[in-house]
Design a binder for this molecule. Structure first.
Ligand code: HEC
Ligand code: HEC
Length: 213
């Protein structure tokens, strides 16, 4: 499958190339073999910055384009076996779409070649990605949601009021159970929160604060 020349060079190439040669010869072509003897390690922040500035505008939130949310938890999201396959840029949609002639990303203004090359090298080198998910401040904050949406009936400190004390209300429920009540109500309590994400956040907060079970 490989010419002796190519195999010879591959033997001298770094581990990244050995990986690529296992199944994806093309991944090792030009940049890596192009006369360079060492691979310059890619700083993941440089790649994440490209994603932040060039992709997130469309790829964010529940209505993210192509159902691909690259915003709040990019590292948690991309390793789905399809978007980024470490070591294999030509199996990684994130790279394939950037260099796609027919359906490039971003659609209106393709990335400069050096940005595409950086993404490719990053994937070849194992796609290190350890940025923590952003925790949204404000509305998604559990304590704030509780005081805005629940405290009126369950008391500012969960002591109870029109509704039962929170320790009683949450007994026997886990975070998902409380979230379901927050969303859909229970008995004489009406559904309060339309947003499933907010309900999940307040559910986690209630269980953490008042126990649950
Ligand atoms: C102007 C809006 C826009 C921008 C900016 C944009 N995309 Fe997209 N992207 C879309 C839309 C719309 C789709 C869904 C339709 C399609 O697949 O072509 C999509 C789909 C994708 C998909 C396929 C998702 C799937 O699983 O089907 C990938 C991968 C992708 N984009 C990567 C990127 C990357 C990487 C960037 C930044 C370099 C980027 N996109 C920037 C609009 C955008
Ligand atoms: C309008 C008043 C009111 C508001 C606002 C309210 N609750 Fe309640 N809640 C009640 C009442 C009344 C009950 C008792 C219902 C029953 O047993 O019929 C209850 C019961 C519960 C229970 C126990 C349900 C069960 O099936 O055991 C949980 C959990 C709960 N509330 C969580 C919340 C959370 C979280 C919020 C804020 C998102 C909230 N509630 C907002 C009035 C309210």
């Amino acid at each position: 499958m490989f010419s002796p020349t190519r195999a010879g060079r591959a033997a001298a190439a770094p581990a990244v190339c050995a990986l690529a040669l296992a199944g994806l010869v093309a991944a090792c072509d030009d940049e890596v073999f192009g006369g360079r003897s060492t691979v310059v390690p890619v700083d993941q922040e440089d790649v994440l910055r490209i994603i932040d500035t060039e992709c997130v505008a469309c790829h964010a939130g529940v209505d993210a384009a192509g159902d691909l949310d690259l915003s709040s938890d990019v590292c948690g999201r991309i390793f789905d076996g399809l978007t980024v396959v470490p070591g294999a840029p030509y199996a990684s949609q994130l790279y394939l779409r950037v260099v796609s002639p027919s359906a490039p990303m971003p659609p209106d203004a393709p990335l400069p070649d050096e940005d595409a090359a950086l993404i490719k090298a990053w994937i070849e080198q194992g796609a290190a990605c350890d940025r923590e998910p952003f925790v949204e401040a404000g509305p998604a904050d559990g304590a704030e949601l509780y005081s805005r949406s629940c405290a009126g009936c369950h008391g500012a400190s969960g002591e109870g009021g029109a509704g039962p004390a929170m320790a009683t209300a949450a007994a026997g429920l886990d975070a998902a159970g409380v979230a379901a009540v927050a969303q859909s109500g229970s008995g004489t309590m009406p559904g309060i929160l339309a947003d499933a994400e907010e309900a999940a956040v307040v559910g986690a907060y209630v269980v953490e604060t008042w126990g649950g079970g």
